[in-house]
Design a protein around this ligand. Structure first.
Ligand SMILES: [Mg+2]
Length: 332
């Protein structure tokens, strides 16, 4: 059935019933959820956080390259990653969907199943949303999170000269997935699956963000625009400069295998890896490494400076210029 046949309210009823099937611990604080003009919940935290992000058909995804279920997962994941980057505990989510009338109702149900699959995994409750008609698919995800104290929180503006710069996991896999999606590269098997999963079904580093904050880290962000571009955001916010040792950058093994000499630039500039980029003193990072299941790699250091730039050096201390500077809406 098409949503133009079912109508807005029939679709809302189906999606509301789906979210109610997902029993979660966070439900206990909710006073009113889907079905009223606004959601309401009792506050139980010292610090509240909220973030919003969107996925737009033709800009962030093509419907023939991602399943509706993956699209739902990704729409929630990108906002959860922003809460992770603050060291927060994500709690509630709202979705505003804009959809063409020709959209099949089963596709929207699959979209919500993807949202709920990830939401249930991290105890994030969908408490409402909005639906509008539009010529393209547009998915807005709003996530509320919390932290127990302002002292246990991460921000982009807390980097200090002398800090080491570190990242979780490996970089470049989402850029590899994007290349496969855009150019139909003749790759197959496990490498193709790994790279496509990275772009279509990213896993936000929620537990890791909370462990960073609890472990004494103050400065972090998630890598959505690309390592160099995002580190530039930290430099701007913290009024410092950064030096990256390019040989230390943890390039994803699947990207090295599939793309050879291009792999480093993909790890430096490719967006959407949703790994955490953070800075802290040497001993704090050594302690963090012992607590994490995923790799934590020191890739450089924070230095004083007024130009707020990111400098890339190779092993001979020569400046390295990547071929691409990372994701930038409207290209300015
Ligand atoms: Mg972010």
């Amino acid at each position: 059935m098409k949503i133009s046949e079912l109508g807005e309210f029939g679709l809302i009823d189906i999606l509301t019933d789906l979210t109610k099937e997902c029993k979660q611990e966070s439900n206990r604080n909710i006073l009113i959820d889907s079905g009223d003009d606004a959601a309401a919940w009792q506050n139980d935290s010292a610090v509240n956080m909220v973030t919003v992000d969107c996925l737009v058909q033709g800009v962030h995804f093509k419907l023939d390259k991602i399943s509706w279920r993956e699209l739902g997962w990704k729409a929630l994941a990108i906002s959860l990653s922003d809460i992770a980057a603050m060291g927060g505990n994500p709690k509630y989510a709202l979705f505003s969907l804009a959809l063409p009338g020709e959209t099949d109702v089963d596709n929207v149900i699959d979209l919500y199943k993807g949202i709920l699959e990830l939401g249930c995994r991290y105890n994030v409750k969908v408490i409402g949303g909005n639906i509008s008609k539009a010529p393209l698919v547009f998915i807005d995800s709003i996530v509320y999170g919390a932290a127990n104290s302002p002292d246990i929180m991460l921000s982009r503006s807390a980097a200090k000269p002398g800090d080491e710069i570190a990242v979780t996991g490996y970089l470049g896999a989402a850029a590899g997935g994007l290349k496969i999606v855009k150019s139909d590269l003749p790759l197959s098997g496990e490498i193709k699956d790994t790279l496509l999963r990275a772009i279509n079904k990213p896993l936000p580093r929620i537990e890791e963000g909370q462990k960073l904050a609890a472990g004494g880290v103050k400065c972090a962000m998630d890598i959505s625009d690309g390592l160099v571009a995002d580190l530039g955001h930290i430099c701007q916010a913290s009024h410092i400069e950064a030096v990256i040792n390019i040989d230390a950058v943890p390039v994803h093994p699947a990207v090295k295998t599939a793309f050879g000499n291009d792999a480093l630039d993909m790890a430096l500039s490719g967006g959407e890896d949703y790994e955490l980029l953070f800075t802290a003193g040497h001993y704090i990072i050594e302690n963090i490494k012992k607590q994490f299941d995923c790799p934590v790699t020191v890739i450089g250091k924070i230095v004083a400076g007024d130009n707020y730039r990111v400098k890339l050096l190779d092993r001979s201390d020569n400046t390295y210029l990547p071929s691409d500077k990372g994701w930038n809406h409207f290209g300015k």
